[in-house]
Design a protein around this ligand. Structure first.
Ligand SMILES: Nc1nc2c(ncn2[C@@H]2O[C@H](COP(=O)(O)OP(=O)(O)OP(=O)(O)O)[C@@H](O)[C@H]2O)c(=O)[nH]1
Ligand SMILES: [Mg+2]
Length: 297
């Protein structure tokens, strides 16, 4: 008898959702950065433990919508919590729930969706006793399956989350092969690795206006080398100069960091070529958002 559980990870931007997805799966499949709105699409991570298949869906962070891309991102969240076995709702414990989060939690709990509430980043608390009133307040307000204080970066509490999720698995066939860890195509994984490096290297508005597509990705027939051609799109001519940097220094740095991670992930030597192009105000242009693969699936 096999069991499956589908769980959507939701929460404000920067709460640590993608970090959690990576920790649950045990491989880095989702981009992580200290910048807001890192994740733009739904990313599925799969973990099969004996007869139980856990399917996690990482979603874009909740935020005030600013452009058409935001609308799509929040649409992904809405679609991903509908008809789901369970939700992991994540909050940075150094922050408070805002109205958007409270209303979403009210809806989910009144619809009887099992919600596992995570208070993440407990490593940032001066005193762990600060958690006591937080947990008391949350449990008096909402009917959660569990409230778990965790620190994803310190790998503290991850096993407890897995135990809670396992409890919610229902008798069902498995939907993915046992050894599969994500549904993302390899080209998308590669593009996201590159975008993550740019998010970490760049500041202010520049990184938010970046999209990366991998045009070709091919293993050579005569050598163990993977050739990857990527295009980095930015939304202003002035941003292009920043992405390339003085004498190409920024682009070189991003490409070099990307290549290292690509080689680790694909376990093969990588020859990476990056081009930088401008697509004015693409985050408000439906056609471009779609062509970058950022509309709801
Ligand atoms: N101190 C601390 N930092 C954490 C923890 N978990 C995640 N972070 C950091 O928080 C930042 C945001 O992490 P992400 O996993 O990208 O957050 P996210 O919720 O996926 O963000 P969006 O994709 O924008 O919604 C990164 O800098 C992480 O390293 C934690 O337990 N403690
Ligand atoms: Mg994320």
């Amino acid at each position: 008898m096999t069991k499956t559980v589908f769980v959507t990870i939701v929460g404000r931007t920067n709460a640590g959702k993608s970090s959690l997805l990576n920790a649950m799966i045990g491989e880095k499949i989702a981009s992580v950065s200290s910048k807001s709105q890192t994740t733009r699409t739904r990313i599925t991570g799969i973990k099969t433990i004996d007869d139980v298949q856990l399917v996690f869906m990482d979603t874009p962070g909740l935020h005030k919508p600013k452009n058409k891309l935001s609308d799509h991102m929040l649409g992904v969240v809405k679609d991903s919590v509908a008809d789901i076995d369970a939700v992991i709702f994540m909050m940075d414990c150094t922050k408070n729930l805002n109205e958007q989060e409270e209303s979403m939690l009210k809806n989910m709990t009144s619809e009887k969706t099992p919600v596992i509430f995570l208070l993440n980043k407990i490593d940032l608390l001066k005193m762990k006793s600060e958690l006591v009133p937080m947990i008391a307040k949350l449990s008096s307000k909402f009917d959660f399956e569990a409230i778990i204080p965790v620190s994803v970066t310190e790998n503290n509490g991850i096993d407890l989350i897995e135990q809670e999720v396992m409890k919610l698995a229902k008798e069902s066939p498995h939907f993915f092969p046992e050894d599969m860890i994500t549904d993302q195509p390899e080209k998308v994984i590669a593009a996201e690795i590159i975008r993550e490096k740019l998010l970490n290297l760049l500041n202010e508005e520049v990184p938010h206006g970046i999209a990366v597509t991998v045009e070709t990705m091919k293993e050579r027939s005569d050598k163990d080398i993977l050739d990857i051609d990527a295009v980095i799109y930015c939304e202003k001519e002035s941003h292009k100069g920043i992405v390339i940097g003085k004498g190409g220094s920024m682009l070189k740095k991003a490409a070099s960091l990307s290549r290292q991670e690509l080689e680790n992930f694909f376990r093969i030597k990588v020859n990476l070529k990056c081009w930088v192009k401008v697509k004015e105000d693409w985050r408000n242009r439906e056609g471009l958002i779609r062509s970058f693969g950022l509309t709801e699936k």
